[in-house]
Ligand binder design. Structure first.
Ligand code: GLN
Length: 230
């Protein structure tokens, strides 16, 4: 499983979110603490953020720890809404920048921790890559993010082995699901962090239970149980 992170709040630098925390995505790329599937996240990474409402991304298929140019520029990239990830490719999936989250439809940035059988997903021309996560992202964009919980539950019903932790944001809202993997939440005075695992040992981190939808907006956080397969 990959590891992802989202921030919604006051502007922060991408470096402060991804690179600086003692157990942030940079450290999670080689020494994740809670990863249940896969050992390291060395198959690429992505940093996405909203800049005056425009979704911008920097993605790579190289390990995050070797990206000196990104490390140099990331402190200057500031945003109130960030979606970032490091990737551990599922066996059989392509290793290429376009297979790395976050994916986008121009309005949302979206990451997927997990795996899904592409045979249960509709064939679409809109996916950015043939990787399962990109095909799933295309379906979620097509159905609309307001239906995220329903879409995840439906895909989970069609593929009982799927793991479907999604994280998505559009500049003013952040949504996430737990379906088979970990997710933690940190509420700070100036914003909310959602992350596959805590990036430090702050006691304010809380684990989100499995099969839940998280909705963050206007500094409110709502958790709703997802309907599992009957
Ligand atoms: N299945 C996706 C991929 O191959 C995500 C993998 C993951 O969560 N580790 O990239």
């Amino acid at each position: 499983m990959c590891r992802h992170l989202g921030w919604l709040g006051a502007p922060r630098s991408v470096a402060a979110l991804m690179l600086d925390p003692p157990q942030g995505l940079l450290v999670q790329s080689y020494a994740p603490r809670r990863q249940k599937h896969g050992l390291v996240n060395a198959d690429g990474w992505g940093a996405g953020f909203f800049d005056d409402g425009v979704a911008r991304r920097w993605r790579s298929d190289k390990p995050l720890w070797g990206e000196a140019s990104f490390a140099s520029v990331a402190p200057a990239l500031r945003s109130g809404c960030v979606v970032a990830a490091v990737r551990s490719a599922t066996v059989g999936m392509p290793i290429e920048p376009s297979a790395c989250a976050p994916f986008t439809d121009g309005r949302w940035l979206l990451s997927h921790n997990g795996v899904v059988d592409r045979a249960v997903l509709p064939v679409t021309a809109d996916a950015e890559s043939t990787v399962d996560s990109a095909v799933l992202a295309a379906l979620i964009f097509d159905r609309g993010l307001d239906a995220l919980g329903e879409t995840v539950a439906e895909v989970g019903e069609r593929d009982p082995n799927a793991r479907l932790n999604i994280l998505a944001a559009n500049g003013s809202r952040m949504l996430a699901t737990t379906w088979g993997d970990t997710l933690s939440i940190l509420r700070l005075p100036d914003g909310v962090v959602l992350a596959s695992e805590p990036y430090d040992d702050d006691p304010q981190w809380h684990d989100v239970p499995d099969r839940h939808l998280v909705h963050v907006h206007d500094s409110h956080v709502e958790l709703t149980p997802l309907k599992g397969p009957a």
